[in-house]
Design a protein. Sequence first.
Length: 17
Amino acid sequence: SFTDSSKGCRTRVDTIQ
């Protein structure tokens, strides 16, 4: 998983939350 700075939350590569 990686931290999406644009959403400010942790997401997975195959799962955009």
